[in-house]
Design a protein around this ligand. Structure first.
Ligand code: FAD
Ligand code: PHB
Length: 393
């Protein structure tokens, strides 16, 4: 077995792992990033698209936001649609001038990979059999297989940035973690379509046929979602059916949704999940590895980057001055924001989705909530400040 050493071993080259590697690099801290998929796969995976202002600022300040600043689309509002009408929530007016930026997670990951390779930092794709060991000692170890060789990576700290289905969280011994979760009886069928977005701003639509969302990726690319069953297979959703449902759910008198070739299609299940604490010994877990939100609040990607910002700052203090305060507070600090986002995402989800058998009382409550949010400045402000991202928590 070949043995190497680094300061921080990072498992997973998603947004969390790649951003952490770069933030540490800027502070002169060495890391090795291990990813089990290929570069092509990671760079093609279509996921989130809404960035909070604070996350844009983080990436720009870290020198990772050059293309994001050029191509990202700044939005100052979103639309909520229900009962045949659209209502604008003026996010920036309500949330101290802050905005959101539309920039695909796929593009962000491409930028971060290019940056990592340009700065010469180790980033290994297609590693197999990743396992983490000796987590409760001062010398944790990651073992993996790469290019047919067994490798051992000694380190000071392991960052588990390997997503919800990764191996880091399950490597924590039984009895340490408390887990909190909720499954929803909904899924999202998402498409990427080669057609100019029919609305300048995102439209979240409550409809008797189920929720729909109009989003975008660029002036030429629309991203659209319809509520489906969580176990629906994409084969049940031929393009014609997707467009038909989108037209029915998003349509308004005097407005039509422009259609175009479907470039990508997939079903995402919806779940809320948190594990506490986000640490075991020298293993720190971040992003989807530690928590999941349903996508209705557009928080998953943002939370992942908030976690690694906190982790990077704590690691700098620890490596530079042997100061453990930040690392000891890591889990509690992150969990405050995580639970806020959990609540917001759950709240948006239950306000906008139609259960298959919804009783009339629940429907009346949803519509009342939507009317309140779109007519009361206080209620709209609560939505806006959560959506653009709370600054103090
Ligand atoms: P990930 O992006 O999951 O990255 C983890 C990385 O670790 C992956 O590259 C994975 O291949 C790698 N990995 C896993 N296991 C191992 C292993 N054993 N060894 C090495 N590497 C490993 N959020 C939104 O806000 N809006 C959306 O529309 C939206 N859509 C989504 C659609 C899907 C299908 C999914 C799964 C998520 C979606 N999310 C969305 C959530 C958002 O994309 C995530 O919150 C975000 O990707 C979290 O980043 P991460 O780096 O923590 O995890
Ligand atoms: C997206 O553009 O993919 C998107 C936008 C808003 C959401 C979720 C996903 O709430």
């Amino acid at each position: 077995m070949n043995t190497t050493r680094t300061q921080v071993a990072i498992v997973g080259a998603g947004p969390a792992g790649l951003t952490l590697a770069h933030l540490l690099h800027l502070e002169g801290i060495d890391s090795v990033v291990l990813e089990d998929r290929s570069r092509e796969y990671v760079e093609a995976r279509i996921r989130a698209g809404v960035l909070e202002q604070a996350i844009v600022d983080l990436l720009v300040e870290a020198g990772a936001g050059e293309r994001l600043q050029r191509e990202g689309l700044v939005h100052h509002g979103i639309e909520l649609q229900f009962a045949g009408e659209r209502h604008r929530i003026p996010l920036s007016d309500l949330a101290g001038g802050r905005a959101i930026v539309i920039y695909g997670q796929t593009e962000m990951v491409k930028d971060l990979i290019a940056l990592r390779l340009a700065t010469g930092g180790p980033l290994l794709f297609e590693v197999d059999n990743v396992s983490v060991h000796d987590l409760d000692t001062g010398r944790p170890v990651v073992r993996y297989r790469h290019d047919g060789r067994e490798e051992e990576l000694e380190c000071d700290v392991i960052a588990g940035c390997d997503g919800f289905h990764g191996i880091c969280r399950p490597s924590i011994p039984d009895g340490i973690l408390s887990e909190f979760s909720r499954e929803y009886p909904f899924g999202w069928l998402g498409i990427l379509a080669a057609v100019a977005p029919s609305s300048d701003e995102l439209v979240y639509a409550h409809n008797e046929r189920g929720f729909a969302l109009l989003s975008l990726r660029s002036p030429e690319l629309s991203r659209l979602y319809v509520q489906c069953r969580p176990d629906d297979d994409v084969s049940e959703w031929p393009d014609d059916r997707v467009w038909e449902e989108l037209q029915l759910r998003l349509g308004l008198d005097g407005w039509t949704l422009a259609e175009g070739p479907v470039l990508e299609k997939g079903v995402t299940g919806m779940r809320s999940y948190v594990c506490e604490p986000m640490r075991y010994g020298r293993l720190f877990i971040a992003g989807d590895a530690a928590h999941i939100v349903p996508p209705t609040g557009a928080k998953g990607l943002n939370l992942a980057l908030h976690d690694v910002r906190v982790l990077a700052e704590a690691l700098v203090d620890w490596f530079r001055s042997a100061n453990p305060v930040g690392l000891d507070a890591y889990s509690d600090t992150c969990l405050r924001r995580v639970w806020r986002a959990e609540h917001f995402s759950w709240w948006m989800t239950q306000m906008l989705h139609r259960p298959e058998e919804q009783d009339a009382f629940d429907l009346k409550l949803q519509l009342s909530q939507l009317r309140y949010v779109t007519s009361s400045p206080a209620a709209a402000t609560a939505l806006a400040e959560n959506y653009v991202g709370l600054t103090s928590l």
